[in-house]
Design a protein. Structure first.
Length: 366
């Protein structure tokens, strides 16, 4: 079979990897024996394993597309300086953002350190770092941020419409209420998407006697710090309505072959637990419809800090607890960014006020 003329990135699944790659990958992830050398990959979190696996799979697919992926491949020769450069140029040629290319190179670097640990991969790590220094986000996030009150208003509006609009079908009503509750909850407690999608009834999310709470162990948190937080009283009623009404409806109307619902908090239109990707896309769609610009779930965290800086600057350092940061450096980064956003907004408002006053004065003179 001839290869397609145009390269399109795709992740090669492990079952399609050369046997040497698959065996080395499984060996790298296995726990070291008593007399074995340390295996860094054995300590990777599941999310890290998945990220690096996918990035490495993209590189293998690129080699396959080039016809350079024989079954009996030499692991040490799998990545060369020339191939890494060609891989980067191929991604650039199809319009991948510099930050995306940095991620692919970093994932490739970590993968090769695990697969061929006795080989020197420092040159690949240095190339990834250089790519990171010149990588700038393609889309500026500052103009997209919204005050937390706006996010809460959006969520409440969706829930209210779901209940009151008689033209909605039960199916659309349940999805709209679910979406509104998700946005409202994220506005109050801006969890990382991984944790938000993993909320489970009776475990990480508990509603007891009208009091809601969220709890994650240190192993479940990126910062390795446990999270325990009460939910605002105003959310208790909405949570109860969703859990006993709309969520139950979605589960009961699941497809016959649906599986994996169990105690998942967020239920998809097919009656399954929602994935991170489906939550991500829903949040972006709802915010784009409401504000004209889309916000990812992660941007809710930036919105939260910006609102704190605006309303209670003396308490801004407490945003470390809001965002669950492991170090104060990351909190400072968000804090300084929030100050810049608020200063920019005040400056813009001042300029608009001066222009308005000037225009009004000219009208009176005329």
């Amino acid at each position: 079979m001839s290869r397609p003329e145009t390269y399109r990135p795709h992740c090669l699944k492990p079952e399609d990897w050369p046997r040497k790659c698959l065996c080395a990958w499984e060996g790298a992830l296995s726990a070291p024996g008593l007399f074995d050398e340390s295996k860094p990959a054995a300590r990777w979190r599941p999310a890290t394993v998945e990220k690096i696996r996918k990035g490495f799979g993209v590189y293998l697919h690129w080699l396959l597309w080039r016809g350079q992926l024989p079954a009996n491949i030499d692991l040490a020769a799998l990545v060369t300086l020339e191939r890494a450069r060609d891989f980067q140029e191929a991604l650039t040629a199809i319009g991948r953002a510099p930050l995306t290319i940095y991620n692919r190179l970093q994932e490739l670097h970590f993968a090769m350190r695990a697969l061929a640990p006795n080989h020197d991969w420092s040159w690949l790590g240095q190339a990834a770092k250089r790519m990171r220094r010149c990588a700038k986000p393609v889309r500026q996030k500052l103009p997209r941020l919204q005050p937390v009150e706006q996010l809460k208003r959006l969520g409440l509006g969706l829930m209210t419409e779901a209940i009151s609009d008689p033209s909605l079908t039960n199916y659309k009503r349940a999805l709209m209420y679910r979406d509104g509750l998700m946005i409202t909850l994220l506005a109050h407690r801006p969890l990382r998407l991984k944790n938000f999608a993993a909320l489970t009834i009776g475990k990480s999310l508990i509603l007891d006697g009208g009091v809601g709470s969220i709890s994650f162990s240190r192993e479940e948190m990126k910062s390795k710090r446990p999270l325990e937080t009460l939910l605002p009283d105003e959310l208790a009623g909405a949570l109860l309505t969703y859990l006993t009404g709309y969520r139950s409806w979605l589960v009961s109307h699941a497809h016959a072959d649906s599986a994996g619902v169990s105690d998942a908090m967020w239920i998809s239109n097919e009656g399954r637990g929602m994935t991170e990707d489906s939550i991500y896309k829903m949040i972006k769609r709802r915010t784009r419809e409401a504000f004209g610009v889309d916000l990812s779930p992660h941007l809710f965290r930036d919105c939260a800090v910006t609102t704190v800086v605006r309303d209670a600057p003396a308490s801004a350092r407490l945003t470390r607890d809001i965002l669950g940061h492991a170090t104060i450096d990351m909190t400072n980064k968000h804090y300084n960014q929030a100050l810049m956003i608020e200063s920019s907004r005040r400056h813009t408002a001042l300029i608009e006020s001066l222009l308005s006053d000037d225009a009004e004065g000219r009208t009176k003179e005329a």
